[in-house]
Ligand binder design. Sequence first.
Ligand code: FAD
Length: 450
Amino acid sequence: MKVKVLVIGGGTGGLALAHGLLRAGIEVAVFERDALRTDGLHGYRVGIDPDGSRALHALLPPELYDTFVATRARDPKYFNMLTEDLKEVLSMDLPPVTDPIASEKSISRMTMRQVLLTGLDDVVQYGKEFTRFEQHGDEVTAYFADGTTATGDLLVAADGSGSRVRRQYLPHAKTEETGIISIAGKLPITAESAKLVPPKVFEGISMVSAPHGFGCILHVMEFQWDRDGKVKSGIGGNTEELIRQWPGLQFDNTRDYMNWGLWATKDKFPANIMELRGRELVEVALQLTPGWHPDLRKLFELTDVGTCFPINIWTSVPVEPWETTNVTLLGDAIHTMTPGRGVGANTALRDAVNLCRQLVEVRDGRRELIPAIHDYEAKMIEYGFDAVLKSRAQMTSDDPAHKPVIGRVALAGMRTVMRTINNVPPLKRRMRESMLAYRGADRDELELKL
Ligand SMILES: Cc1cc2nc3c(=O)[nH]c(=O)nc-3n(C[C@H](O)[C@H](O)[C@H](O)COP(=O)(O)OP(=O)(O)OC[C@H]3O[C@@H](n4cnc5c(N)ncnc54)[C@H](O)[C@@H]3O)c2cc1C
């Protein structure tokens, strides 16, 4: 059976789905609001976990998947928990990556966008801001702000957390603030900035927990190309070839960087925080952290102000299943979640595989379109909102850490427990095993026969 799929939004989930459909010979068009391939800050690090990697492996052409692996940042060696004075509370070795598919990868959001846009020149249309849709018979028409329209058999909302499609299709599906605000920024790795963090922090992922419920995450991202976009010396082999031949690097401004994200409850920030930009945000970070280690504060000071942005952390409220039609949703458009567990993008990729599989069944005449979409939605609603609730529990203003007196006790208690674990090898081993235990989807779920 022939199906024409309209995807609204060329982000993580929408583009990954488009690759799978293209490979399956299913007609697909992606409509992206951004006017240019290079638009958007896309300035942060995304952790693509074994599920997300498997999903990409299933959806992307093999060489593009290899490019995705070649363009990741160097794998972190440690997970560190620190005080605001840069003292170690806990530091755990992370295992070396041996499996290019079922492994965690540190990815620049901008690089991933450019990888996913590779090979989709005839599929993605830019400057297409979706405004509304109309369903008529078996077809659906999307309307865009530039006055154009597109008609297909299925419309997929992949337009992220502010989804216009969701607001029209499921007006009862709500998103709400968690009460947490974050400021994020990046600074280039230089001889000066590299010296500001201890060696294990430079080689790892680090989380600072501080009084008054403040938290800060630090990532150090080193890539296989240099400041001029040339492959670094000593890389060689297939990786060098893949990067050299990859056209996406011309559009990708990602260079070696350190990335920080500082968060706390909304009341700690100026009331107009969401309107502040650049240097103003660096000043806020400095004002909020007077007693922090001078090197950490220097890190804030050295931030490239053009990369700074405020994030109001939202979450979605789980909804009951709805009657299936020829409009469906994936990723943040339906299950916006906090970055607490780092699974928003991974879940969007899982959706893309599951939806693609159902559409392949329709292509082969084994299913009708609506029952196929129904099965996709039934499963997606279950794991999607499970991830929403778990992510919310990790990042909420209700956490005791944010309460004035209990917060101080909770922080002291947490540090004592973690320091004990850090110093008792069997306890540390057990915690490491639990942290690294696989909790994701069934392996079969993330495989596709295109
Ligand atoms: C600071 C931070 C850190 C994160 N870290 C992680 C992590 O480590 N691991 C992880 O798994 N997830 C992480 N996430 C979450 C992850 O980035 C998102 O969950 C993921 O990108 C969602 O993918 P998506 O395709 O649903 O939406 P998006 O990637 O947001 O894509 C939506 C697309 O739709 C377009 N669009 C929007 N409106 C319209 C319109 N009206 N018309 C046309 N196009 C439109 C947008 O321009 C965009 O390109 C993080 C998020 C943040 C903010």
